[in-house]
Design a protein. Structure first.
Lengths: 487, 439
């Protein structure tokens, strides 16, 4: 019987070795595709249960951190947002049910220690089984963010403040905002209820208006129109324009009126300083099909590569090459109406381009990644995004913007001892609604350091009397003062 | 005096203590993954596991001193690992499993104590056949039988549920071995001729055909595919070893294929198992959910595993019983899963070595059958959860949660050690050892 027993033995060993083969296939060869199978919630759960680093502001305030909990659920860490609504529209949230948004999503691999740099930095920790995490350090400052929040108060609107040379965002706040903590709770029922309530809120607090909502820019867009006119040679600062109360638009019987029915004109500088619509409507017509490419150089039509997820939406102008079919639209585009629709972030980037000698920097909210021992892992270096115009044109537009604040529509943005360059905007929306108040600015004008864009929806508290100069300019000045360290 | 005796038992003690340490450390790791303190009951667990092993070891020293030294430590290792995994998935089941482990070790000792000669068992073959058949059919009895997870395999007496099928397997293997030893000459020769094939008298084949019929009955009434497959394979395999005629293997395969085709067309649950085997992801959210979750577990484990207590094996339904191997694959990785397979291979090797060294045909056949139970059952369930073969629910020997299975496996272990001890004593060069030990 022994030979038969041995043959049985060989057969049984072959069967068990077959299992070793199948296991190797499952756990080594096919593992990656199984881990990414859409039915696999385990990978999601594993991701949710990775220790996760903090998100802190440039001035050291913790915006997001994880606490270890054993609450009877499958989750090991609870993500908390101590600053609640102050940073939620940038930092986002991490939720098992709804996924993550904002910085939480973009920098997920850094926060969970999976990025290559962190892994290389911690080879020793990898072997010892210590799970590494990364800290995302924002370029944003909590004091500036809070100032923006207080300046807006109960008015709906957005404030975007950025560092001119680096493109780093120092403050980006819009009202209304929301508290992300209820979305990150472990109870699916509670998280779902919070999510539903948030999305059914008619005020849409979960919408980051600063970079995902488009508004008509009004006269603040004249910065782009003026740059385009100077660069293409359609006008010089001294070009004289007729003094008019209204501009008759081609291809139609309607007219374009000045603000408040006033008459204005004169040099380009004066027209800019007093925000003369008839002059800029005419420039829009004169630029014609050159206008849209000039806008594109300022980033209109492109999504700014902001490091949050979902990212910034592109701002819009009239369709390229459509001048012959629709000339009045280009007159309106010259004064920031009609097809023009921009995000507050985009207008801050326009100010950045003028302030930075024509080069718009790539906007970022995270400046560096540190490991759990506070050692620097990666610093994100400033990167140009767009070349908007030439240094000469930028300098000329700067002079016009300085004039706006010194003697024009933007005197409300003056800061004693600092030359501020700015442009107001009072954008008509729909019939019967109050206009949006805009202000874009940078300072100091001689050696620009900070650029800002302020939008107050439908005039805010000032209502029908609102203008960019009256409502938005003081907020911009306040932000610049604080950033420059002037009390 | 020969040094063989102390050396064998010393190896067993050393290896067994290693197995106990592995189990205790595993338990510690699982607890530490939950909270960073050394669990207060660690010492209780360590002491209990050690006491159980030492108890079994002392019994072997007294009752089967010349037996194989690796079987007991291997069983302790697998049982310990199984306890750690079951307790990690469900601490409540872990406590019950701990009690069953103690009961199993007691059954192990009692088997060694009462079965002093394996020959005695041979004599009661028909008693065992009868008891085995009754045990197999007991769950079908109204009032006694219980259906758990869609299979009517349980018998409930008071609060205790058990699967008599586990004990029936051992008794049926015993009967097969004893019967085949009697009839193997007749079965090997064959007297009738049908075409070119020589077929033995029907009355000699009768009991085997009866066993085959019963396995089909079990399959039908208890919806237990795994058990039926196992019994069938055991029957064919032992017939082959007894007669050395490959024709029996071929006949068994033909019968098996025939039965499978009938079963596939007749029963929905058989079709389900085959469909989910062929394309589990198509049924990922319904009938293939368990299999798919198990596969995700293996994938999550990868090469080195997530670490004990750090994976998510609770995502798999029945992770403590049928899918315990997926939980091991997830938390201990390919390394841990293959280690379990190697331990099983070593048990199979040791079991078959006992069979080849036996002098008489009955222990040869009996040891082969018992070893094949462990090997085939491991293959059926591990093959099922790894999608090597269609999934059928049987327990993984020594590891899965389940008292009946654990007791049966420890009894198998005791019987193998008994035969191993007999082999050593039967050998002429060892006889002096036995004599020298006598006062």
């Amino acid at each position: 019987m022994n030979p038969a027993i041995r043959r049985v033995g060989v057969a049984l060993i072959v069967l068990l070795l077959l299992l070793v083969g199948q296991l190797t296939y499952l756990q080594l060869v096919d593992a990656n595709s199984l881990n990414h199978n859409p039915h696999n919630t385990r990978a999601l759960l594993q991701n949710a249960n990775r220790p996760r680093g903090d998100i802190v502001t440039a001035d050291g305030v913790v915006v997001a951190h994880s606490v270890k909990v054993s609450d009877g659920t499958v989750f090991k860490y609870l993500r908390q947002y101590p600053t609640k609504e102050l940073f939620s529209q940038v930092v986002g949230y991490q939720s098992f049910l709804f996924g993550s948004t904002g910085v939480e999503r973009t920098y997920n691999r850094d926060l969970t220690g999976q990025s290559l740099q962190l892994q290389l930095n911690n080879v020793g920790g990898l072997l010892s089984g210590n799970q590494i995490t990364g800290t995302a350090v924002l370029s944003m400052r909590a004091d500036l963010q809070r100032a923006a929040q207080q300046a807006l108060g109960f008015q709906r609107g957005s404030v975007v403040l950025l560092d001119v040379k680096s493109g780093q965002i120092l403050a980006m706040y819009s009202t209304p905002s929301y508290d992300p903590n209820p979305l990150a709770v472990h109870s699916n029922t509670l998280a779902q209820a919070a999510f539903t309530a948030l999305n059914q809120n008619p005020d849409r607090p979960s919408l980051p208006r600063a970079y995902r909502e488009r508004y008509p820019p009004g006269s603040s867009f004249k910065t782009i129109t003026a740059s385009a006119a100077l660069e293409t040679g359609v006008a010089t600062p001294q070009t004289n324009f007729p003094t008019l109360t209204q501009l008759t638009l081609p291809q139609t019987t309607s007219t374009l009126k000045n603000f408040g029915g006033e008459s204005c004109g004169g040099s380009l500088v004066d027209s800019f300083t007093f925000s003369c619509n008839t002059t800029f409507g005419r420039l829009g017509l004169q630029l014609g099909d050159q206008f849209v490419p000039a806008m594109a150089k300022f980033g209109i039509g492109s999504a700014p590569p902001l490091d949050v997820s979902p990212g910034a939406v592109p701002s819009l102008g009239p369709p390229a090459g459509s001048f012959q079919q629709n000339q009045p639209l280009f007159a309106l585009a010259g004064i920031g109406q009609g097809d023009d629709a921009v995000t507050p972030l985009q207008m801050a980037l326009v100010a950045d381009g003028i302030a930075n000698g024509g080069v718009i920097m790539q906007p970022r909210v995270v400046q560096e990644i540190r490991d759990s021992n506070d050692k620097l892992v990666q610093r994100f270096s400033p990167t140009p995004w767009m070349t908007a115009t030439t240094p000469q044109v930028a300098a000329a537009v700067t002079q016009m913007m300085v004039s706006v604040v010194q003697r024009g529509t933007g005197t409300g943005a003056q800061i004693p001892g600092v030359t501020v360059a700015g442009k107001t905007g009072t954008a008509q929306t729909v019939q019967g609604a109050n206009p949006h108040a805009w202000f874009v600015a940078f300072a100091p004008a001689e050696a620009p350091r900070f650029a800002v864009a302020v939008l107050v929806e439908h005039g805010g508290n000032a209502g029908n009397d609102a203008t960019g100069g009256r409502v938005a300019a003081p907020i911009a000045a306040q932000m610049l003062k604080l950033a420059l360290g002037i009390r | 005096m020969s040094a063989t005796l102390p050396r064998r038992r010393a190896s067993e003690l050393g290896l067994g203590i290693l197995a106990v340490i592995v189990a205790a450390f595993g338990y510690l790791l699982v607890q530490l993954a939950q909270k960073p303190d050394v669990p207060p009951d660690l010492w209780v667990i360590l002491a209990s596991v050690l006491a159980l092993f030492i108890g079994a070891h002392v019994a072997v020293r007294r009752l089967a001193p010349d037996s194989d030294p690796v079987l007991l430590p291997l069983a302790a290792l697998l049982n310990g690992l199984g306890f750690v995994t079951v307790a990690r998935i469900d601490p409540g089941l872990g406590r019950i499993q701990a009690v069953w482990t103690a009961v199993s070790v007691a059954a192990f000792v009692l088997t060694l104590l009462f079965v002093r000669r394996i020959r005695t068992l041979e004599r009661y073959r028909y008693t065992f056949l009868f008891v085995g058949m009754v045990a197999l059919l007991l769950p079908l009895a109204p009032g006694l039988g219980k259906t758990i997870n869609g299979a009517r395999l349980w018998v409930g007496i008071g609060p205790v549920n058990f699967q008599p099928g586990e004990a029936a397997k051992v008794m049926l293997v015993l009967f097969f071995a004893a019967y085949l030893v009697d009839k193997r000459e007749l079965l090997a020769r064959g007297t009738r001729r049908i075409g070119g094939l020589r077929i033995p008298e029907l009355r000699h084949l009768g009991p085997l055909l009866l066993a085959w019929g019963i396995s089909i009955l079990v399959m039908v009434r208890e919806t237990d595919l795994g058990q039926a497959m196992l019994l069938f394979a055991l029957c064919g395999l032992m017939l082959y070893v007894a007669t050395d005629r490959i024709a029996y293997v071929l006949a068994a395969v033909v019968l098996f294929v025939g039965a499978s085709v009938v079963a596939y067309s007749a029963f929905g649950h058989v079709q389900t198992r085959v469909q989910t085997w062929i394309d589990p992801f198509r049924y990922a959210n319904n009938k293939g959910y368990q299999l798919v979750q198990g596969l995700f577990g293996f994938a999550a484990g990868g090469f080195a595993g997530t670490g004990l207590g750090l994976g998510n094996p609770k995502q798999i339904p029945n992770a403590a019983t049928d899918f315990v191997f997926a939980a091991i694959g997830e938390e201990l990785g390919l390394l841990g899963a293959v280690a379990v397979l190697i331990a099983l291979l070593l048990i199979v090797g040791a079991g078959l070595r006992i069979a080849t060294r036996a002098e008489r045909p009955f222990p040869k056949l009996f040891a082969t059958g018992l070893t094949a139970i462990i090997a085939l059952q491991s293959f059926v369930i591990i093959g099922g959860v790894t999608r090597t073969i269609p999934l059928t629910g049987v327990t993984l020997p020594f590891i899965s949660y389940g008292g009946s299975s654990l007791v049966a496996n420890w009894v198998i272990l005791a019987l193998l050690l008994r035969m191993s001890d007999d082999n050593a004593r039967g050998a002429p060069n060892r006889r002096s050892t036995v004599a020298a030990r006598a006062p």
